[in-house]
Design a protein around this ligand. Structure first.
Ligand code: PMP
Length: 393
């Protein structure tokens, strides 16, 4: 027996073909990926440092600038999911010991607070139960009190189904010399956001929601105020992979003549992301926002006709991409969702983090945002309500 003979045999599962079912992804993401984007991701790959790839990355940058409504040069896509953008934003703009203020009204604020805590920031939070939101007065008072270098707010709170107002907060942050960081992972393309006009200093999103690309890339943009702060640090950011000094060079944003190797970008995912941004550009932001609002309103009506209660009472505060339903009395939400998956091959989900046990969530995003899909979701829900009724002993 040679020393090189394997002792671990090939696993039986690997000798069977890949099986991935067709599913209606009507949860909070990932959303179904349309054939055109799948095809883009399936093209033969090229080198991540080939000039053609730089062109594709430049296109992605322009596509993100449009989607974010920003002229920021420092606009890139992370090689990683939404969390990569969350960590990139915090790691680069905050130094250990600095004060950070996080608005928590669902899981995303909780996550950012933990990320900031882990890198040694002094974290302060303002907390509301899921569905709650913050007035500009409350925000200004907290900023004046804690003097943070960074204030975080979630625009599309997907765990609660709330779309938080953003107007005026950028001005407050500027007045108090604080950077304004906004999460639009669940809202980009579904609800209006204007990075430059709303004076947002750092904005990020994700690929797998209304953009309909596969999960795994995340647009992010920094304005000059944010660049001033992050490129004048005393200590290097804790992450090498997410260091914007390197990423800005990789994305051709640092004005240097050559891009040098930092990490190998996910070429296929960038192809898909480019295609998804192209579809948004062709369709137009206003049309995309209008469509999400229209289909969401249609869904609200159908849910109310089924006797269900929307979790966010104020229509204008609802996130058009992810609708939250209050769990109907007498029902086990897990049983309803399991029934819908089993009998309708359809994903809807429960709550997340603090909203677990409070809501069920239906996401109709981008390509999935059609009245016909709302009808299918309503039909599946009606069927589940009929068949999962808990006996009230
Ligand atoms: N923020 C929000 C608002 C989200 O909805 C999500 C994804 N559900 C994330 C951040 C995290 O993104 P990812 O799962 O791609 O890391």
């Amino acid at each position: 027996r040679s020393m090189s003979s394997v002792t671990i045999p090939p696993p039986a599962c690997m000798l069977r073909p890949l099986e991935a079912p067709y599913r209606y992804l009507f949860g909070p993401g990932p959303s179904n990926v349309p054939p055109r984007i799948l095809a883009a991701g399936g093209r033969p790959i090229i080198g991540h440092l080939h000039p053609e790839m730089y062109e594709i990355m430049n296109d992605i940058k322009r596509g993100i600038q449009y989607a974010f409504q920003t002229e920021n040069n420092m606009t890139i896509a992370m090689s990683g999911s939404g969390h990569a953008a969350m960590e990139c934003a915090v790691f680069n703009t905050v130094e250990p010991g600095e004060s950070v203020l996080v608005a928590i009204n669902g899981i995303w604020g909780e996550r950012v607070a933990e990320i900031a805590e882990r890198m040694g920031a002094s974290v302060h939070t303002m907390v509301k139960t899921p569905g709650g939101y913050f007035t500009n007065k409350e925000i200004e008072e907290a900023i004046a009190k804690y003097k943070p270098v960074l204030f975080f707010l979630t625009h599309g709170e997907s765990s609660a189904g709330l779309c938080h107002p953003v107007d005026g907060i950028g001005d407050i942050c500027r007045k108090h010399n604080c950077l304004f960081l906004v999460d639009t992972v669940a809202s980009l393309g579904a609800a209006p956001i204007f990075m430059d006009k709303q004076k947002i200093d750092i904005l990020y999103s994700g690929s797998q929601k209304a953009l309909n690309a596969p999960p795994g890339t995340a647009p992010i943009s920094f304005n000059d105020r944010a660049c001033q702060k992050m490129f004048n640090r005393k200590v290097k950011p804790v992450s090498y992979l997410f260091d914007m000094t390197h990423l800005s060079n990789y994305w051709g944003c640092d004005g240097k003549p050559a891009r040098v190797y930092h990490h190998t970008g996910p070429v296929s995912s960038f192809f898909a992301l480019r295609e998804s941004l192209a579809i948004l550009a062709e369709k137009g932001l206003e049309e995309s926002w209008r469509k999400h609002k229209e289909v969401a309103a249609y869904l609200y009506k159908g849910l109310e006709d089924l006797g269900l209660k929307l979790f966010i009472p104020d229509k204008d505060m609802r996130l058009p991409s992810v609708t939250t339903i209050a769990i109907p009395e007498g029902y086990d939400w897990r049983a309803l969702l399991t029934y819908i998956m089993k009998h309708h091959q359809m994903e809807m989900t429960g709550g997340l983090g603090p909203s677990i046990g409070m809501v069920m969530r239906i996401g109709l995003m981008g390509y999935n945002c059609e009245k016909a899909n709302a009808d299918m979701a309503l039909h599946a829900l009606a069927d589940a309500l009929k068949n999962c009724k808990k006996s009230k002993a």
